[in-house]
Design a protein around this ligand. Structure first.
Ligand SMILES: Cc1cc2nc3c(=O)[nH]c(=O)nc-3n(C[C@H](O)[C@H](O)[C@H](O)COP(=O)(O)O)c2cc1C
Length: 177
């Protein structure tokens, strides 16, 4: 039987996809933040909406540079990914602190993260809702994926200390295929 559920925890029911590590850079300084509030918005070109808190260092870097890279970690580096969400880049170099390897991107200044199985180079497409909802819409302009990683064990935030780990792919016929 269903019972009343606190509204403040509704976010944990609608997990929006894998935890991502969003890297950014401005004036030669790179940063990375952990983010789970994101959503696909369009297919081609791929548009992705990300909620980036206005108190974060990333918010300032993205506003100034109008670019980012969406890096997708797997369970192998889940602890590092979560740790990046508990420290601000305003005070620490998180690449150094957590042993992450920045690699040059091809079209944007923000770095790819070598340890992530996929990296999406993005340009800011629409920031009209950034002032009201901290919502940035990015256009993916280049995508890199490690083809050797089959069934990537992405990590999905369920709220608090709880995470799902993906892994099994099942096929269900549908009209979107
Ligand atoms: C699992 C997890 C998910 C998070 N999701 C978001 C998110 O969707 N949006 C956000 O603004 N912050 C999110 N955070 C918090 C930021 O990662 C955190 O504030 C970080 O320190 C910001 O880094 P920065 O100041 O270097 O930009 C999340 C943290 C964790 C651990």
């Amino acid at each position: 039987m269903k019972k009343n559920y606190p509204l403040a925890k509704v976010y944990s029911l609608l997990e929006s996809g894998p935890v991502i590590m969003l890297s950014s850079a401005y004036k030669g300084r790179a940063n990375v933040m952990t983010l789970s509030w994101h959503s696909m918005i369009d297919f081609d070109p791929p548009l992705v909406g990300c909620v980036i808190g206005d108190g974060s260092h990333t918010f300032k870097l993205v506003k100034a540079s109008k670019e980012c890279v969406i890096n997708i970690p797997t369970f192998a580096i889940a602890a590092k990914a979560v740790a990046c969400g508990n420290v601000s880049g305003a005070k620490a170099d998180k690449f150094e602190k957590f042993g992450l390897t920045p690699q040059p991107a091809s079209l944007v200044r923000a770095p790819l993260i070598k340890e992530c199985y996929a990296s999406l180079e993005c340009r800011l497409h629409d920031a009209r809702l950034a002032g009201k909802y901290n919502l940035f819409i990015f256009k993916v302009v280049k995508a890199w994926v490690d083809g050797a990683v089959k069934d990537p064990r992405t990590v999905h935030h369920r709220g608090g200390e709880n995470f799902f780990v993906a892994g099994r792919t099942v096929k269900i016929p549908n009209k979107m295929a």
